[in-house]
Design a protein around this ligand. Structure first.
Ligand code: GL2
Length: 801
């Protein structure tokens, strides 16, 4: 086995590799090198070190004919890789020293890397954490995704409103991946199905080529490495019409090429909603088909049949996006390898697993039968047959669940029927998946649904993001917590030690200063470091209730104005997050937050006690700076609506206390850290259902709350939008008359919990003790634990370590 790289690599040899790459890869001499050149040299030097463990792991998997996991995901929200890889290879300090000896600063170079933002939010970041954990625990695996030319749009604010600008992470190339021009598959679209000698044949109307790009994913300690294989749509050379080009029609000549490329051109910017667009379905099939073809080809390299596929292959569908994997695998088995339909279905089901990430009806993908027929006519036939089988299985039921209902193909139901395991992502969510989403399926297959609570990688989210805290932990309990996060429990013994609590407070201050400096440099924003930092950072969505937070902030502001000397705890309210470009209400809420910030931040009476900071373009890199600097984590979604959340875990692991509802993984976080160390408020899932069924619930709630009436009146009167007093009329109107997300119903209890926060924070020792207990008890939420559960409960794969 390849050893941890660090002992063998000296600063001197790292330095000479850097210089070699600077000269031969970047083509520069040190005297004339820019930060970009140094980044190219650094990333190539690090990548060189990844190759040995990568080859060794791949070779062992082949030699021992190990079962492999294939993680299919439309999103991998990776962020930057330089420091992550340096840490996992044990080269972080060596790289920094080598650069320093050349007069170059590691952080400056690492900060030059653009974020790989190939994802929208939690679902995509989870996939990235799981990749890193699979490599760390030695699970032989491939991540399969799309190599989008443009990741998630960049957000800016113009007059406080969100603007979307194209993201261009590949503009200067990607130093991490290897192009594999020999690994290409044709992916078919459209066309017809016809019969030939009693067998059905699909003759696609067009083909688009998928080309592989591979990056090594190295686990912590460098003992194992897996592959992230991203597909890019590459048009055949013959798609370019040279005749037309020569005759001067340049645009038309390039058109077929452009169309083919569109499959990996851009990430759809919708978080938990779906547009139902043909291009999106085509992207999903493009990813799935190329991956399944690749998996089948790899299996056949050293097995003579596909009969034993399930012994060697586990395919995980990250949400319904790759749900066409079932029909695709069945199609390949039946049409190309002569399998009987039922046997092909059984085998596919043994191979496939499906993770559900949301209950929101708008997120459960449905495609019209017409669209399916146009794009994937053979797959539609297969789905029709699966639907028949599904109805037969439910014999006796008057309203059987269907894969196709009316003119809609239900991808969630399809994913369920073609998987041997279906999992939710927190205990509460899994229960709701069982009872609300898939009760008919659950009755037929009571063992199929399992829970696997999400996790986060402690390497990126503690060691990399919070070096001061990570050092304190290592000094206190020694090394090893990075791969055995339960060891953080040992910190509990220090939770009453004033010296330790003080040392913890110093790490928090250091993180605040770091973030404050970054905010100044990047966004010219001021963050006081002597205040309680209260953060809500995530996608903008009504169910996440940023509105509840900003309305409370208005109440807090009004109270400070009324009584400025009441001993208020200075607070900074941080908001960050993007709204889907067509989600108008979410965009109005962004505008409201920015408008309130404008008034509050410019009020000399309150400035020293309350600030609102909303940096644009929240991404992984910002999260790495912001989360460690936070004292309070806002996890305030309407109960029953956030499947899990993972930001909640990152904050608690970094010693922020949570103010939250009994939703998603909040429930389990509270159980682990202890109810005394968590600020709970709000209706429960059952109460939410009850409340929604009461007519006039929002009006009744507002009429009961003087605070809420005052706030809504201020907003409605244009206190925060003097140039356009009725700007937020719709938001206010909706609060009185509908309020599906129960902002009004939960307001007073949230207010109460915020008062408790205020009181707890005044007692510094008590607060720090609570924070330390949070850190100490978060071991369960390591993504290593989640991945090991998938390995035993879903994939049937053993660690190679
Ligand atoms: C999400 C859920 O909304 C979120 O609660 C969960 O933590 C993540 C990961 O399981 O998945 N589902 C989803 O579609 N997105 C999410 O973040 N985008």
């Amino acid at each position: 086995m390849t050893e941890h790289t660090s002992p063998e690599t000296s600063v001197a040899s790292f330095r000479s590799s850097l210089l070699k790459h600077l000269q031969f890869t970047a083509g520069k001499d040190p005297k004339h090198s820019t930060v970009f050149d140094w980044r190219i040299a650094l990333s190539h030097t690090l990548r060189d070190h990844a190759v040995d463990p990568w080859f060794a792991s791949t070779r062992r998997t082949w030699d021992e004919d190990r079962k492999r996991v294939y993680y299919l995901s439309m999103e991998f929200l990776i962020g930057r890789l330089t420091e992550d890889l340096a840490i996992n290879l044990g080269l972080r300090d060596i790289a920094a020293e080598a650069l320093e000896s050349l007069g170059v600063d590691f952080e400056t170079v690492a900060s030059e890397e653009p974020d790989a933002a190939l994802g929208n939010g939690g679902l995509g970041r989870l996939a990235a954490c799981y990749l890193e954990s699979m490599a760390t625990v030695g699970c032989p695996a491939y991540g399969y995704g799309l190599r989008y030319e443009h990741g998630l749009f960049e957000q800016s604010f113009k007059d406080g409103r969100q603007q979307e600008n194209p993201e261009n992470w590949l503009a200067h190339g990607n130093p991490w991946d290897y192009a594999r021009p020999e690994t290409v598959y044709g992916v078919g679209f459209g066309g017809d199905v016809y019969e030939e000698n009693g067998v059905l044949r699909w003759q696609p109307g067009t083909h688009v080529q998928a080309q592989a790009f591979d990056s090594p994913v190295v686990g912590y300690g460098g003992k194992w490495a897996n592959t992230l294989r991203l597909w890019a749509a590459t048009p055949n050379a013959d798609l370019f019409d040279l005749g037309r080009f020569n005759s001067g029609d340049f645009a038309a000549a390039a058109e077929p090429e452009a169309l083919a490329r569109s499959l990996s051109r851009v990430l759809y910017p919708n978080d938990t909603t779906d547009g139902g667009k043909q291009l999106r379905l085509s992207q999903e099939y493009f990813l799935t088909s190329a991956s399944v073809q690749d998996i089948v080809r790899r299996h056949l390299v050293n097995h003579d049949s596909l009969e034993n596929l399930d012994a060697h292959v586990a395919i995980q569908m990250n949400d319904t996006h790759p749900a066409i994997a079932g029909p695709e695998l069945i199609r390949i088995l039946v049409d190309e390898h002569g399998f009987d339909f039922d046997r092909a279905t059984d085998l596919s089901t043994l191979v496939l697993g499906y993770t559900n990430h949301t209950l929101l009806p708008e997120a459960l993908e449905r495609w019209t039968v017409g669209l399916m027929r146009n794009v994937l006519p053979r797959h539609l036939q297969i789905i029709e047959r699966l639907d028949q089988k599904f109805v037969e299985l439910q014999a006796g039921s008057h309203h059987p669940a269907r894969l196709i209902s009316g003119d809609q193909v239900n991808m969630g139901d399809l994913a369920f029927t073609t998987s041997h395991r279906v999992n939710g992502v927190s205990a509460l969510h899994t229960e709701l998946v069982r009872t609300e989403l898939f009760p008919a399926h659950d009755a037929l297959h009571p063992d199929r649904i399992v829970n696997i609570t999400n996790g986060i990688t402690p390497r990126r989210w503690l060691k990399l993001a919070n070096p001061a805290l990570a050092d304190l932990i290592t000094k206190t309990i020694g090394e090893g917590w990075e791969t055995d996060l339960d060891r953080l429990r040992e910190l509990e013994a220090h939770a009453d030690d004033p010296a330790f609590l003080n040392a913890f407070a110093q790490t928090k201050l250091a993180a605040k200063e770091r973030f404050s400096q970054w905010l100044k440099e990047e966004h010219d924003l001021d963050l006081p470091t002597n205040a309680l930092v209260d953060s809500q950072v995530k996608r903008m969505h009504e169910y996440k209730r940023q509105l509840l937070n900003i309305l409370w902030t208005i109440a807090h502001y009004q109270r400070i104005k009324r009584d400025p000397n009441a001993g208020w705890v200075p607070r900074v309210k941080i908001f960050a997050g993007k709204a889907a470009p067509s989600y108008h209400t979410a965009k109005d809420i962004i505008k409201l937050i920015n408008d309130v910030a404008e008034v509050v931040n410019n009020d000399p009476e309150t400035q020293h006690l309350l600030r609102i900071v909303f940096p644009p373009n929240y991404n992984v890199t910002m999260a790495e700076k912001l989360i460690p600097a936070s004292d309070l984590s806002e996890q305030i979604s309407t109960a029953g609506m956030e499947a899990s959340g993972t930001g909640n875990m990152k904050f608690a692991l970094n010693g922020a206390l949570t103010i939250g509802t009994l939703d998603g993984a909040n429930v389990e976080i509270r159980e682990h850290v202890g109810a005394d160390n968590f600020f709970l408020f709000g209706l429960t899932t059952e109460e939410v259902a009850q409340r929604r069924s009461q007519r006039g619930h929002s009006r009744a709630a507002i009429e009961k709350s003087q605070a809420l009436q005052d706030i809504l009146q201020a907003v409605a009167e244009g206190t925060f939008s003097p140039d356009e007093p009725y700007r937020f009329g719709q938001l206010v109107d909706n609060m009185w008359n509908s309020d599906w997300f129960l902002v009004a119903s939960d307001f007073d209890d949230y207010d109460r919990a915020q008062q408790e926060v205020e009181e707890a924070y005044r007692d510094t020792a008590r607060w720090n003790r609570m924070a330390v207990l949070n850190i100490a008890r978060m071991g369960y939420f390591s993504s290593d634990r989640s991945v090991r559960e998938y390995m035993t409960e879903v994939w049937g794969v053993e660690s190679a370590l």
